[in-house]
Write a protein that binds this ligand. Structure first.
Ligand code: FAD
Ligand code: MLT
Ligand code: ZN
Length: 473
């Protein structure tokens, strides 16, 4: 049964205007069909039935945003819907989700300049695949690679598992084409490595989480693909020992590509969730997953650092060279998110801390009174920890956060603040962290955010309630 949404501004006349812009097949209104667009990956955030619009070009995006400005409805950009802070799920009834699923262009890579232009809706794995055999690769990689899109990754300034080597999305973006909140189009795809002419709009839109513009096309920097990759799991008796070891690893492993942390509780959960046997010697250990990539014999760097750490480690490291052996080590780290999800909808925190505070922060988190044991893991090389408390939210409802869950979140974030960290490292603010922005950014910074928002999106059309609370919230 096709039902027209009940919101007055999204009356049938608006739906028919949207159909004229993008074609009838690309305005989805059946609540069953739109269901997957209206719930986030974690299952925590839900919206009421509302239309999903799938423009096929920048011009169509521009016309949809112009219509939103004329009529006065909200536009929520959505890529792969893998975001973990609720930013791609509308909070207002008078919203339209603008899905980038048809913005799928991949240009030929420019091998001379090591650049490529891709549509915002291109999935990360599709880009990785397109670059195979060119001698180049893309510098950001993350577990959601099969679903997350380049537009979503730019919008969240995604990090992932190779930031120690190549930086976050911000370090890969050379230019952006986008429709701003007021309906105007900007396009800065000239491919110049150096272009100091005016404000860095690409930098401003990177990490703007759909609040300033709908990005349609991105010019990305490429990195040389490496001849050889080696991965190792190193087990330590304590968090303290593992964190201390990272100083030597950084110093003596120039080909370092990833430096990830897992704790015994997370490893145990992954093993029991998927029926996997923990790699030999790693049960009950604090584990560093270390990857190196470079020219031939790059594994020698790993062997040398393992020798140097010999007495500190609790067992022989597990080292893998072939892609299948490496995958069998990586699956322990990458399956954490899915394993946590098997227990119910978690409270997820993604925080960043100074290296010297990490061991104290983890200690303090484990001492907090909580309804569930925390699962802590993350990108240790970047000082980025993921703190998850499983099964904190009821499934399939939009109920407000329970008082004790809210209390727990406040306590963890207060610890983050106490230890000099940030309330979001790589997932963004979305709606989940909006109430806590002032723990990390000053009042004058937040005021500047609001003024930037007003300048580019004067009517507040785009993604209300994300990053800074919208007026009336
Ligand atoms: P969506 O979820 O669709 O949207 C995210 C935000 O971007 C929303 O605010 C949305 O409005 C906005 N947006 C999307 N597309 C556009 C566009 N074209 N223009 C303007 N705004 C837009 N994140 C990390 O940083 N590092 C990780 O290691 C990591 N690992 C993950 C592992 C798993 C298993 C999962 C499920 C998620 C993980 N994430 C990680 C989070 C998520 O994958 C990233 O935030 C990703 O960048 C989101 O991309 P998306 O296309 O799914 O965006
Ligand atoms: C990860 O690094 O695996 C992610 O950011 C996902 C998560 O935090 O669950
Ligand atoms: Zn992460």
């Amino acid at each position: 049964v096709v039902r027209i949404p009940t919101s007055p501004v999204l009356a049938s006349s608006v739906i028919s205007e949207l159909r004229q812009i993008v074609g009838a097949a690309h305005v989805l209104i059946d609540p069953d069909v739109t269901a997957t667009y209206r719930t986030d990956w974690t299952g925590r955030f839900h919206s009421e039935p509302l239309p999903v619009v799938r423009p096929g070009s920048t011009v169509e995006v521009q016309e949809v945003v112009a219509l939103a400005n004329r009529i006065g409805f909200h536009v929520v950009p959505q890529g792969g819907n893998t975001g973990l802070v609720g930013g791609s799920i509308p909070t207002k009834r008078d919203s339209v989700i603008v899905s980038t699923s048809r913005l799928q262009w991949i240009d030929e890579p420019d091998l001379l300049s090591a650049q490529i232009v891709v549509g915002a809706g291109v999935r990360l794995a599709t880009l990785q695949h397109a670059l195979l055999g060119t001698g180049w690769m893309f510098g950001v990689d993350l577990g959601a690679r099969d679903s997350c899109t380049i537009g979503g990754m730019v919008a969240t300034n995604a990090g992932g598992i190779t930031v120690v080597r190549h930086g976050m999305m911000r370090h890969q973006v050379l230019g952006i084409e986008a429709v701003l909140g007021d309906g105007s189009v900007i396009s800065h795809l000239n491919g110049l490595e150096k272009d100091n002419t005016g404000y860095d709009l690409d930098g401003l839109l990177t990490g703007s989480e759909g609040t300033l513009a709908v990005m349609t096309r991105v010019l990305l920097k490429l990195r040389p693909s490496q001849l050889r990759t080696a991965t190792a799991m190193l087990g330590f008796p304590t968090v303290d020992a593992a964190v201390s070891a990272t100083a030597l690893i950084r110093r003596s492993v120039p080909s370092l590509e990833s430096l990830e942390l897992m704790l015994p509780s997370g490893i145990e959960l992954v093993g029991s969730a998927f029926g996997w046997e923990v790699p030999e010697g790693m049960a009950g250990q604090t584990v560093l997953l270390v990857e190196v990539a470079g020219a031939e014999k790059v594994e020698d760097e790993l062997a040398n650092v393992c020798d140097a750490l010999g007495t500190v480690m609790t067992a022989d490291p597990a080292v893998a060279l072939s892609s299948s052996a490496r995958a069998s080590l990586w699956r322990w780290r990458e399956a954490h998110t899915a394993a946590i999800a098997t227990l119910g909808v978690p409270l997820k925190l993604d925080v960043s801390l100074p290296q010297k505070e990490i061991r104290h922060f983890i200690d303090a988190v484990f001492r907090l009174p909580a309804p569930a044991r925390p699962i802590v893991f993350g990108h240790l090389g970047d000082g980025n920890l993921h703190v998850n408390f499983p099964a904190c939210f009821p499934k399939s409802t939009s109920e407000a956060i329970a008082a004790e869950t809210h209390d727990l979140e406040v306590r963890v974030l207060a610890l983050v603040s106490l230890h000099g960290g940030s309330v979001s490292a790589e997932h963004g603010v979305g709606v989940a962290k909006t109430p806590y922005l002032s723990m990390t950014r000053s009042a004058s910074e937040i005021d500047a955010f609001r003024r930037v928002k007003r300048a580019l999106d004067p009517l507040g059309i785009l993604n209300p309630g994300v990053i800074v609370a919208s007026s009336g919230d």
